[in-house]
Design a protein around this ligand. Structure first.
Ligand code: AMO
Length: 433
């Protein structure tokens, strides 16, 4: 729109055209106010009924809430106005009418349940709180990309429709690809690994992953955003260093650039983590969980950590921490074992006190061992020949990780449900919008 002024930029003395939504209409008799909201804020428009044209006043006062309006006029200082200025209009146009019955109240005065909000995201994202979550999400993605570039990695995009899964056969979404069976990709795992053997060496990707898991929990999605990293000539320790740097960058970016959003969301003292994230071995982790006495049954070597165990440990540690040296048998085939102990893998997880954020590790880069790994996991190495073949042509040692984007935003903002951090979540019930 030509000559549009954002409400936040309107200064006394200006003649402006503002455009946005009718946030509120207050008719006090001789005088009426229309509050116009746009992406930058709100501005008051004043109607003095005796002094203004009747049609102009009627248009401004009779408009339904949330209709799209365009208002032209002079900006004046008015200390009683919410933002200290108001527009004295000489033209008001209703650009798009809103139905008087709204499925939710964008002024935020009446709370809506999550399901109603997700069904009506357009209206939901007119509320300051919801909008703030997605501003934060955008800043998280901006700052992680920046840190990845500082770490010398190049952004890649890999296929999402694939012939084979990698992260467990039962969690695949099948699709038909020109009459052939195909799947939605669960992880860019194999593709990012192939790139460390290419001239790119160090790569990252921000993209969707698809998991057909049955879980319907506040922290699982069936389509999530994975922030993936992989580097040639990195071991698991160096991969953890990069992971820590990227997670901290996300917090630092938000602390620095999202002050207003954090205020809207009720944070007074949002702080980026400063010290080094502690690194605990899996063995130490299960011992500490057992010592809390919170689990009905004691954990033994080889057990996955149950949610309740993660919470018990998270409460004790009280900050982000890594769990390292997992048993080889519970890590995927592509994770390398320690050279001096085959029972022990180089796999690691990064934990927020409330949940897992990242899995990673050094990868098996020796061709023969890789083939054995496929077989041990019950996967047919022939189906992955496009991948294993490249390990015959000079594949360097390498390591990397995958970070759940929504879980990062959810834990950073203390959201109750991961769905709040996704515009249009995909879960067991939701396939539209
Ligand atoms: P993993 O399967 O542990 O590892 O996934 C990595 C991270 O992605 C996030 N995540 C999810 N978030 C929401 N809903 C889900 N259903 C979901 N599934 C995963 C989590 C998790 O920690 N290829 C490996 C990574 C690697 O080794 O590089 C992988 O995909 O935050």
């Amino acid at each position: 729109m030509e000559n549009r002024t954002y409400t936040a930029d309107a200064e006394p003395g200006d003649t402006v055209t503002v455009a946005g939504w009718a946030h509120e209409i207050r008719d006090l008799g001789g005088i009426a106010f229309l509050i116009v909201r746009d992406t930058t804020g709100r501005i008051q428009v004043k109607f003095e009924k005796d002094e203004m044209d009747d049609d102009l006043v009627d248009t401004g006062v009779d408009v339904t809430r949330e209709s799209v309006v365009r208002v032209s006029g002079d900006v004046e200082a008015e200390e009683r106005a919410p933002t200290g200025v108001e527009v004295v209009p000489d033209e008001v146009e209703v650009v798009a009418d809103a139905d008087p019955e709204l499925p939710l109240d964008p002024s935020g005065k009446v709370d809506a349940d999550l399901s109603t909000r997700l069904d009506n995201r357009t209206l939901d994202l007119r509320t300051e709180e919801s909008k703030a979550v997605f501003e934060v999400r955008a800043e998280v993605l901006r700052s992680v990309r920046e840190r990845f570039r500082e770490l010398g990695s190049i952004e890649i995009n890999t296929p999402k429709v694939v012939a084979t899964g990698t992260e467990g056969g039962t969690e695949l979404f099948p699709v038909t690809y020109f009459g052939r069976e195909a799947f939605m990709n669960q992880s860019p795992q194999l593709f990012k690994q192939l790139m460390v053997g290419s001239g790119l060496e160090r790569v990252f990707e921000v993209g969707p992953i698809f998991r057909a898991e049955e879980h319907n929990t506040p922290r699982h999605l069936n389509e999530a955003t994975s922030i993936d990293f992989e580097s040639a000539f990195f071991d698991h320790g160096e991969a953890m260093d990069a992971c820590e740097a990227v997670v901290k960058a996300a917090y630092e970016g938000v602390a620095e650039n999202c002050r207003e959003e954090l205020e809207t969301l009720g944070y007074e003292n949002f702080e980026a983590p400063s010290g080094e994230f502690p690194r605990l071995t899996y063995e130490a982790a299960i011992e500490r969980i057992n010592a809390t006495g919170r689990l009905d049954e004691q954990l033994v070597w080889g057990d996955d950590l149950p949610t309740e165990g993660e919470h018990a440990l998270g409460e004790e540690v009280g900050e982000h921490y890594f769990i390292t040296d997992w048993p080889s048998e519970i890590k995927p085939f592509y994770i390398k074992d320690h050279d001096d102990d085959e029972e022990l893998s180089t796999g690691f997880d990064l934990m927020h006190p409330s949940m897992e954020l990242v899995s990673g590790g050094q990868r098996e880069h020796r061709h023969e061992r890789l083939i054995e790994g496929f077989e041990q996991q019950g996967l047919d190495p022939d189906a992955f020949e496009y991948y294993t073949k490249m390990f015959k042509y000079g594949m360097p040692p390498h390591a990397g990780w995958g970070l759940g984007g929504e879980r990062l935003v959810m834990t950073m903002l203390g959201l109750d449900n991961i769905r709040e951090a996704v515009l249009f979540p995909r879960d067991r019930q939701r396939l539209s919008p």
